[in-house]
Design a protein around this ligand. Structure first.
Ligand code: ATP
Length: 238
């Protein structure tokens, strides 16, 4: 067991043509921790998650996972190595069954993947009961559970979740956050990107507040929640 962070991002820059979406972002994620990146629409959160998970190529910077440089490692290799994304908007394949969606998540994991799918059904009985139905028949909240379950089926050591509460009713958001905390309690490291900053900071150990592609504030999540400047600028009245 080592105290070294499992994930380190240093001076990350991501651009789309002339649009500089991420401008020199650095952060660290301790093994087994729950770190959140919060910020308004367009702050650069998805671009960071996509760069870390190998979906987007950074313009510059360095990303280290379990001590190895993964800055330009493609997503499918990272999934095999245990770094998996739950994408924004869930990206469920609605015409495939729930079981087929989970099987796709477990694609690289062989027998361990089958065990992980069974564990996913134990965690989400609603998916187990409906495993042979098209995933498109699930509600938004259930589809989010399926997206999380599909990531867990790959047996990840780190899960990067992009806006898992987006578009869901408040009670369903509560459920999604319970699942996220439960994933972390089971030993998986979680990086959580959220516009719902207050909720995300309540769940996290450590937070990074992003604005215009840069880290505007960072610190223990509890300290960020108590900082009047941050509450006023980013969290608003409850
Ligand atoms: P959201 O919550 O809306 O997803 P975000 O904080 O995740 O916002 P990004 O999606 O990373 O932010 O976007 C950061 C900036 O990069 C924005 O100005 C956005 O318009 C721009 N951007 C994102 N993706 C692309 C793209 N594929 N092509 C061009 N510009 C993009």
């Amino acid at each position: 067991m080592t105290d070294a962070p499992i994930l380190v991002v240093e001076d990350l820059h991501v651009s789309y043509g002339r649009v500089q979406a991420v401008r020199g972002v650095s952060f660290e994620v301790p093994r087994g921790g729950l770190v959140t990146l919060v910020g308004a629409n367009g702050a650069g959160k998805s671009s960071i998650i996509n760069a870390v998970s190998g979906v987007v190529r950074p313009r510059s910077g360095r990303i280290t996972f379990e001590g190895s440089d993964i800055t330009r490692t493609p997503a499918h290799r990272l999934v095999k190595r245990g770094l998996v994304q739950v994408p924004e908007g869930r990206q469920i394949l609605g015409t495939l069954t729930i079981h087929e969606n989970l099987t796709m998540g477990a694609w690289h994991s062989g027998a361990a993947g089958r065990v992980a799918i069974d564990a996913t059904y134990d965690r989400f009985p609603v998916l187990a009961d409906r495993r042979n139905l098209p995933a498109g028949s699930l509600s938004g909240g259930e589809q989010q559970m399926l997206a999380i379950g599909r990531a867990l089926a790959a047996n990840p050591t780190v899960v990067l979740m992009d806006e898992p509460s987006m578009g869901l009713a408040p009670l369903v958001v509560d459920e999604v956050f319970r699942v996220i905390e439960n994933v972390r309690e089971s030993g998986t490291t979680v990086v959580l990107v959220e516009q719902n900053a207050r909720r995300a900071l309540r769940a996290a150990d450590h937070g990074y507040v992003l604005a215009s592609g840069e880290v505007a504030h960072s610190g223990p999540a509890s300290a960020l929640l108590q900082d009047a400047r941050i509450v006023e600028a980013y969290l608003g009245i409850e």
